[in-house]
Design a protein around this ligand. Structure first.
Ligand SMILES: Cc1cc2nc3c(=O)[nH]c(=O)nc-3n(C[C@H](O)[C@H](O)[C@H](O)COP(=O)(O)OP(=O)(O)OC[C@H]3O[C@@H](n4cnc5c(N)ncnc54)[C@H](O)[C@@H]3O)c2cc1C
Length: 456
């Protein structure tokens, strides 16, 4: 495909004409602003971006794009580190204007459109004293998060985002709108719960909600020289932690330049019980900062947004560990520090409780034993592109040194596009079933965000 023909508006006339939404090509003034993703490093240029407003827009765009043999991609919240929401010289279905959320407080369910973010859902549900499993940052798309699994501060109590997905409406590769729930297309619902964006355009998702407004949460910061001792005690602690308490942790740099170990507990049960549950964490070392306090779930998630501003350049590597042993603690400290920049961080997601009690084959998400998913997130300012390799190597190096101690499994939402060989391992015993599902719903590999090109 050549850029000459893709720049031509006339070529897209039939695509644009029936749309309620808008079609943008690189010549259009608004194109670059709409094209850019959260990760400023992603420069992929679709031939056209269709800003869909209706399900009919999505159906028409899928059919048109297939008829014309162009690559197709789907943009939900636009937060994939690798930028899989865009395809070079293809057509992007942009759902970022389809973000409506409807709450049924009696049924305790939420219906969200395919472009809704965590913040959209949290704010709508909060009005009814309800919440569900979301990412730690408000701007992350619910679709991509859920399709890949979805770790968060409520994992122990309510499971993954995918575990709370009750049904979905999907525009499949042949342009049909299908409902996936326990009665209709249950196989598709199984695949959407952690199997990645591989089976169609998810135009709406239905979630189970839980009564929740206030959590006991915030940051505990420890000086680096205490990191080894604190992490050993942390490892023992999380093995017996109640479901209500989930504790992301890791290393970050403070504004004063000091790198610290953070524990970020969220307790989502009764506050008094939470104070007791969290108390031991405060004795693990001499705390530099203790910001754990009652806070709304909404405020907690929005309060973390500043950690991951849009537009910086980012690169991620991931490994999943069966807890922390002396060797892995040494790798994190000796290889991980100093962090590659003031904005880089190492984060460990705490998977346990309700999430671990789901059977391996119940959903596409396969790693169902307690574990820590480690994310090495390199971040740097766009003004320093020459530094890119150094940041990438920092993340790759820690990942490589951790690998011998890690599960073969890797969280698909954090796999790099060059790590396709890890995809079958990521799905483990569920991989073959996912390939069968792919043959049923997308035999021509239209939606290839994670497992597509591995179809036999
Ligand atoms: C700042 C930040 C914080 C994060 N925090 C967490 C966290 O706490 N827990 C966690 O588990 N993950 C987290 N992630 C990872 C995140 O879950 C994934 O990057 C996820 O894919 C983002 O979804 P999105 O819709 O925003 O992204 P997009 O880039 O829009 O989409 C990601 C992938 O899903 C596909 N997709 C998106 N929407 C649809 C749809 N409606 N139908 C079909 N396919 C679709 C896309 O084509 C693409 O392949 C975080 C990421 C970032 C950048």
């Amino acid at each position: 495909m050549t850029t000459t023909f893709v720049q031509n508006h006339a070529f897209f006339n039939d695509l644009a004409a029936p749309l309620t939404g808008e079609l943008l090509i690189p010549d259009d003034a608004a194109y670059e602003q709409v094209r850019h993703l959260w990760n400023g490093k992603v420069k992929t240029q679709p031939a056209a971006i269709v800003r869909c407003l209706t399900v009919q827009d999505v159906i028409h765009t899928v059919r048109w794009t297939r008829t014309h043999g162009l690559p197709l991609s789907v943009r939900g919240g636009g937060h994939d580190f690798a930028g899989r929401a865009l395809s070079e010289n293809g057509v992007t279905i942009d759902l970022s204007q389809m973000r409506a959320v409807t709450i049924d407080p009696d049924a305790r369910t939420a219906h969200v459109q395919g472009g809704a973010t965590a913040g959209d859902l949290i704010e709508a549900a909060e009005r009814y004293g309800l919440a569900t499993a979301t990412a730690t940052i408000s701007s992350v798309g619910m679709s991509g998060f859920t399709l890949g699994g979805g770790y968060g501060p409520l994992t122990g109590a309510y499971g993954l985002g995918a575990d709370n997905l009750l049904s979905a409406q999907v525009v499949t590769a042949n342009g049909q709108l299908v409902t996936a729930n326990a009665q209709e297309h249950p196989d598709l619902l199984w695949g959407l719960r952690g199997g990645g964006g591989n089976f169609g355009v998810v135009v709406s998702l239905e979630y189970r909600l839980h009564p929740l407004t206030t959590v006991l949460a915030g940051l505990l910061l420890y000086p680096l020289e205490q990191a080894r001792a604190v992490l050993h005690r942390f490892n023992e602690f999380i093995a017996a932690a109640p479901d209500e308490l989930t504790i992301p942790s890791g290393f970050l740099q403070m504004p004063d330049g000091q790198t610290v170990l953070f524990l970020s507990p969220t307790y989502c049960g009764l506050l008094e019980a939470g104070e007791q549950a969290i108390a031991p964490l405060r004795t693990f070392g001499k705390l530099l900062v203790d910001r754990v306090q009652p806070v709304t779930y909404n405020a907690l998630i929005h309060g973390q947004d500043a950690l991951a501003p849009e537009g910086r350049h980012y690169y991620i590597q991931t490994q999943s560990l069966n807890g922390l042993q002396t060797e892995t603690i040494e790798v994190l400290i000796e290889q991980g520090l100093p962090l590659s920049s003031p904005f880089s961080l190492i984060e460990l997601h705490n998977f346990h409780g309700a999430a671990s009690r789901v059977g391996v084959s119940e959903t596409a998400f396969a790693l169902r034993q307690d574990h820590l998913t480690v994310q090495m997130i390199a971040a740097w300012e766009p003004q320093s592109p020459d530094e890119e390799q150094r940041h990438i190597q920092w993340a790759q190096n820690i990942s490589q040194v951790l690998a011998p101690y890690a599960f073969k499994w890797g969280y698909i939402n954090a796999l790099d596009e060059k790590e396709q060989e890890r995809v079958p391992l990521a799905f483990g015993p569920n991989y073959q079933r996912l390939l069968d599902l792919k043959r049923t719903y997308d035999p021509d590999d239209v939606f290839s965000s994670t497992i597509g090109h591995l179809v036999a």
